[in-house]
Write a protein that binds this ligand. Structure first.
Ligand SMILES: [Zn+2]
Ligand SMILES: [Zn+2]
Length: 253
């Protein structure tokens, strides 16, 4: 099994709170953001890719916030815009419908042409090398997690006792489990199931308590573990925690 993936996996499971696979994803994402803002910008091979792909909306936002290399970002943006324009401009131009007149009849082809240009636009907008790299890395991580679960007793305990695995990452784990032999999958999915139901039960109960605290009769009761239950639920439901930390919620109660 590849060591370069085992070390970060262990680190992520040694930390506490939230989903360990989200921690792995965040670290890997930050590395790729740094990579695409670093010296790789000037490498012709990388530029060949980013000229075509640019970045998806989420990663453009993150690159924009990482102010370390504005010039680099400008250079990438410049050649990407040029590439996009050269691709789109002639197709858009040829998709302008000819007006039907006395000499030219009606031609329904224009509908297909317009849809084709829209398809091209939507496809290109969604391309992103950071997403591609990240998906690859997550595939390796989940493979390693699965392997360590059945080969490393300490790791197995950490996996079982993780605060939770968020639902998008539970889906990744299940897809990996589907590649195992039936016996290996049995143990692994059992552990996922136990963790998952315990998380659902705890969150359902905490969020209910949170709502009951709004009843004036409960004003003086303690918050217990319910105070940040909305944010914890959001982090469980989605692997992207950008807006789900407690500080973002201005009015907690
Ligand atoms: Zn997660
Ligand atoms: Zn992306």
């Amino acid at each position: 099994m590849e060591k370069i993936y085992m070390i970060p996996v262990n680190d992520a499971y040694n930390e506490h709170g939230g989903c360990p696979i989200c921690r792995l994803r965040e670290k890997a994402e930050n590395n790729y953001l740094e990579y695409y803002l670093g010296p790789s910008l000037m490498e012709p091979d990388t530029r060949k890719i980013t000229n075509k792909t640019g970045f998806c909306p989420v990663h453009m936002g993150k690159l924009n916030k990482a102010v370390t290399n504005r010039l680099g970002l400008g250079l990438v943006m410049h050649t990407h815009l040029k590439d996009f324009n050269e691709d789109l401009n002639p197709r858009l131009k040829s998709a302008i419908p000819a007006k039907a007149g006395l000499l030219k009849g009606r031609n329904p082809d224009y509908k297909q042409k317009l849809n084709n240009v829209a398809d091209l636009l939507e496809k290109r907008i969604s391309l992103c090398p950071i997403c591609d790299n990240l998906n690859d890395a997550m595939g390796h991580y989940v493979e390693v997690i699965c392997w360590m679960f059945s080969h490393d007793k300490d790791f197995k305990d950490k996996f079982i006792n993780a605060e939770f695995h968020c639902l998008p990452h539970t889906a990744l784990l299940l897809r990996q489990a589907a590649k195992l032999s039936q016996n290996d999958a049995a143990d692994f999915v059992e552990a996922i199931y136990a963790n998952n139901t315990a998380t659902f039960d705890a969150l359902i109960s905490d969020v209910e308590y949170f709502t009951l605290k709004f009843d004036y009769r409960n004003t003086d009761k303690p918050w217990g573990t319910s105070k940040n239950s909305i944010q914890r639920s959001m982090r469980f439901l989605s692997s992207d925690g950008r807006d789900f930390d407690e500080q973002q919620s201005k009015k907690q109660s």
